[in-house]
Design a protein around this ligand. Structure first.
Ligand SMILES: O=C(O)CCC(=O)C(=O)O
Ligand SMILES: [Fe+2]
Length: 308
């Protein structure tokens, strides 16, 4: 369908929300929800009966069901999420964000200052789009290209690989996951029992390039710092904002949030102008950030095949 400018609605939507010239499938919408909606979502997420799982660098609630290699074993999504899910299904212009289907899976992540999420990809279990609503405190989401297999001259961490980095992107360490071990399982603290979560399955299929925390799993590999590609784009996620990435940014890049208490807003952060901020500024993370990661698991397991 075309509008009066001769542009398809999808194209116009993209043009309006695109933030980073180097990563045209990364989109950002400030103030996607109003403060009252933010406060209500924070209350609901904190009061939720769903189990919080403590991972390395964050806490996680998994809503909408369990993702297996053969698809999603669905579970009802809580009613407080329904207005947001309905709205997201309508985003993206023509065709919608999730291929004309509603999203069916939500992760609630909670990060305190100093916490983050290692470089990873969300994996092939999902329709290649993710929308993330940020609540509470700010953070910076950073993207780099997935290392190509021929770039991988990694060294086993057990033989003295560098520690996980806490600095700016250029000198930081890319953390590679051995394909045979589920990603989420490796990210859990050693004290927590292994659990099946969506990313464990998605990550398991992702192969080299998906992230894992250094020092937290046997057999992981850590790339040498000089092998680590720089961030190609970053985006400041202010409270109440929505970030969306799809296609190339979803499939060809790793994304992460650094484990810092203060974000350095470097040149890679693509949306500083919007907030009147200049590169080189630092921004305290301030308090707890809760994010809602909304995706569609492409395959839903037929009920006849579901384990009882
Ligand atoms: O909290 C965020 O903004 C990122 C979450 C994320 O990457 C994920 O849940 O896979
Ligand atoms: Fe992710």
């Amino acid at each position: 369908m075309e509008n009066t400018d001769g542009l398809s609605y999808g194209w116009e939507w993209c043009r309006r929300h695109r933030v980073a010239p180097h990563l045209p499938t990364l989109f950002y919408i400030p103030d996607y929800v109003v403060p009252e909606q933010e406060a209500q979502s924070l209350r609901e997420a904190r009061a939720s009966k769903a189990k919080w799982v403590q991972l390395s660098g964050r806490r996680l609630q998994n809503l909408g069901g369990v993702v297996h290699a053969k698809g999603l074993i669905p579970a009802p999504l809580p009613s407080w999420l329904q207005p947001l899910l309905g709205r997201l299904a309508e985003e993206g212009g023509e065709g919608g964000l999730y291929g004309g289907q509603p999203p069916n899976h939500v992760l609630v992540n909670s990060y305190m200052p100093g916490e983050g999420i290692m470089p990873h990809e969300d994996g092939p279990a999902y329709h290649p789009v993710v929308a993330i609503l940020s609540l509470g405190a700010p953070a910076v989401l950073r993207f780099r290209r997935k290392p190509k297999p021929e770039d991988d001259s990694s060294v086993p961490a057990a033989t003295g690989g560098p520690p996980a980095r806490r600095g700016s992107g250029a000198e930081s360490t890319s953390l590679l996951q051995p394909p045979e071990l589920p990603q989420q399982q490796q990210q859990q603290r050693p004290s927590s029992p292994p659990q099946e979560t969506p990313e464990s399955v998605a990550g398991a299929g992702a192969g080299p390039g998906a992230g894992v925390a250094a020092g937290e799993g046997p057999g992981y590999e850590v790339a040498r710092p000089q092998q680590c590609p720089p961030y190609i784009a970053s985006v400041l996620l202010q409270p109440r904002s929505l970030v969306i990435f799809r296609d190339e940014a979803f499939t060809d890049c790793l994304h992460c949030i650094e484990e810092v208490s203060e974000e350095l807003l470097d040149e890679s952060v693509a949306n500083l102008d919007m907030y009147g901020l200049s590169p080189g500024t630092t921004l305290p993370r301030g308090g707890e950030r809760i994010s809602l990661t909304v995706r569609r698991v492409a395959r839903v397991m037929p009920s006849i095949l579901r384990p009882r």
